[in-house]
Ligand binder design. Structure first.
Ligand code: Z5A
Length: 214
């Protein structure tokens, strides 16, 4: 059995990753492929519990920055072994909404941990589950956060723990993604996500189809 392809969607807040993942999956399925959608943190019962701790302090205290890194990696290791590798090995394609590059961007470039240390931890957590293609949906920080704010609760914008970080944190995250793309243009593709969703989807499909269905 040929291993399926592994595509990850990355980018700052409000880039439209979930919106684009759904559109990409329906185009891949229309070609007769089995496609699995997953997201990080989460995607397994353990990962979903970790997501609550990381985003909403459900353990009753905020994780310190070091714990934050390790919790993202623990969620990832579980997702890889229990869900992603079995799917890829049976030939399914996987589209994952955030993956290891999020830790490099947020905890490395954003929080300031050495990028080499984060990449070693990523390597340990993901093992052979290296993405075949990573689509970085690029959006300027203000526009991205405005989009997130539209998901209002009771007329009031609500941000989770990481969304509530200062603008310069989010700017470092965005620039971190762009730096990763410059270093490895083979795996990463930057898509301008500041346009209407259907134009972004067309560009993204062109990128995916020209790489995998030439
Ligand atoms: N995090 C981390 O720090 N380290 C890690 O290793 C990992 C994650 C894995 C996960 O939050 C948080 O964890 C995230 C990074 C951190 N932190 N923050 N902040 P999440 O999973 O809840 O959220 P997210 O991944 O950040 O997703 P998002 O930014 O909230 O959304 P999105 O998936 O990119 O966008 P969307 O849901 O498709 O769209 C957002 C809104 O914009 C929605 O109302 C859409 O209708 C609208 N939208 C989408 N596309 C467009 C276009 N093109 N034009 C206009 N409006 C649009």
């Amino acid at each position: 059995m040929t291993r399926g392809k592994f595509i990850t969607l990355e980018g700052p807040e409000g880039a439209g990753k979930s919106t684009q993942a759904a559109m990409l999956i329906s185009k891949l399925e229309a070609r007769g492929l089995e496609v699995l959608y997953s997201r990080e943190p989460g995607g397994t019962p353990m990962g979903e519990a970790v997501r609550g701790i990381l985003q909403y302090n459900t353990a009753g205290e905020a994780p310190c920055p070091e714990s934050e890194v390790l919790l993202f990696e623990a969620s990832r290791a579980q997702l890889v072994r229990h869900v992603l590798l079995p799917a890829l090995e049976r030939g399914a394609w996987v589209v994952c909404d955030r993956f290891a590059d999020s830790t490099t961007a947020y905890q490395g470039f954003g929080r300031g941990f050495p990028v080499e240390t984060i990449e070693q931890l990523n390597h340990f957590a993901i093992g052979p589950a290296v993405p075949d293609m990573t689509l970085i949906l690029d959006v300027n920080v203000t526009l991205g956060l405005q989009r997130c704010a539209k998901r209002q609760h009771g007329g009031k914008a609500q941000y989770d723990r990481i969304e509530s970080e200062a603008l310069d944190f989010h700017e470092r995250v965005r620039q971190g993604y762009l730096a990763l793309a410059r270093l490895n243009p083979t795996r990463y593709r930057v898509i301008d996500a500041m346009r209407p969703a259907d134009l972004v989807a067309a560009d993204l499909w062109q990128t995916v189809s020209s790489a995998f269905f030439p």
